[in-house]
Design a protein around this ligand. Structure first.
Ligand code: ZN
Length: 246
């Protein structure tokens, strides 16, 4: 989350009777963030690791059926996702990521770069191991994959009216996955899937339909075998959506 220095300075200025001037500083000087600070305005045509970090944050703001590539290249899909993110949070939707957009992201992220409403502890239960070990990818990759899923869920949560989404399963090691009866090709073993339980505030079908425009290519819900008590969302390269009862 954003450091509170700016707030303290503003209060101090008010106490001293001064005028609070909202200075438009370049991002990075105005809004140092504990997680990640962007140091330039990003717009279509640019590329770099800072673009990729932006793409992770807006991956849940795609059109229905779209899956945003984290390629570090600010193309039309990234521009459209940034516009939807901006509209979703009441900002001017110009598709350019500048101070206002970065400040909103800083408000939405914790020091470990996960979004404020989700945390690794909700995703790495792993049958009690509480880590990302033993899957089909390295623990570091699984953790990073899970972070992207969290940002997609943060977008889904906001679009469904800022109501809590309860995660009942995230990453699972190969042995954990088989012990709970998961598919032998389950995305849970890659940190690319999450299950949203019945104690979530939105209904199962609201979560199922909402996930289509949150970048998920695998969405399974009520009526699909084994999915009457949760909605499964995941990232993969081909689409498979099924919830016959929705
Ligand atoms: Zn699942």
């Amino acid at each position: 989350m954003r450091k509170r220095i700016g707030y303290v300075l503003a209060v101090l200025a008010l106490l001293l009777g001064g005028t609070v001037v909202t200075t438009v500083m370049s991002p990075g000087t105005a809004s140092a963030d504990e997680c990640y600070t962007w140091s330039r305005v990003l717009k279509p045509g640019m590329s770099g690791s800072d673009v990729r970090e932006l793409q992770i944050r807006v991956a849940g703001w795609v059109a229905s059926g779209e899956n945003l590539a984290l390629d570090g290249s600010y193309g039309p899909a990234t521009e459209a996702a940034v516009k939807r993110f901006q509209s979703g949070y009441g900002l001017a939707a110009d598709g350019v990521a500048g101070t206002n957009t970065f400040n909103k992201i800083y408000q939405l992220q914790d020091a470990d770069c996960t979004p404020i409403h989700f945390d690794h502890s909700e995703f790495n239960y792993n049958c009690g191991a509480r880590n990302y070990n033993g899957g089909k990818v390295t623990a570091a990759t699984a953790r990073e994959n899970m972070r992207r899923v969290m940002w997609q869920l943060e977008a889904l949560r906001h679009k469904l009216g800022d109501r809590p989404l309860v995660v009942t399963s995230g990453f699972r090691s190969v042995s954990c996955n088989s012990s709970v009866g998961g598919s032998s090709t389950s995305l849970h073993m890659y940190g690319q899937a999450a299950d949203l339980g019945l104690s979530s505030s939105p209904t199962q079908c609201q979560m199922f339909h909402g996930s289509k425009s949150a970048g998920f290519e695998e969405i399974l819900g009520p009526g699909y075998p084994g999915h009457n008590d949760h909605v499964h969302v995941g990232n993969k390269s081909s689409r498979f959506w099924s919830a016959p009862n929705c």
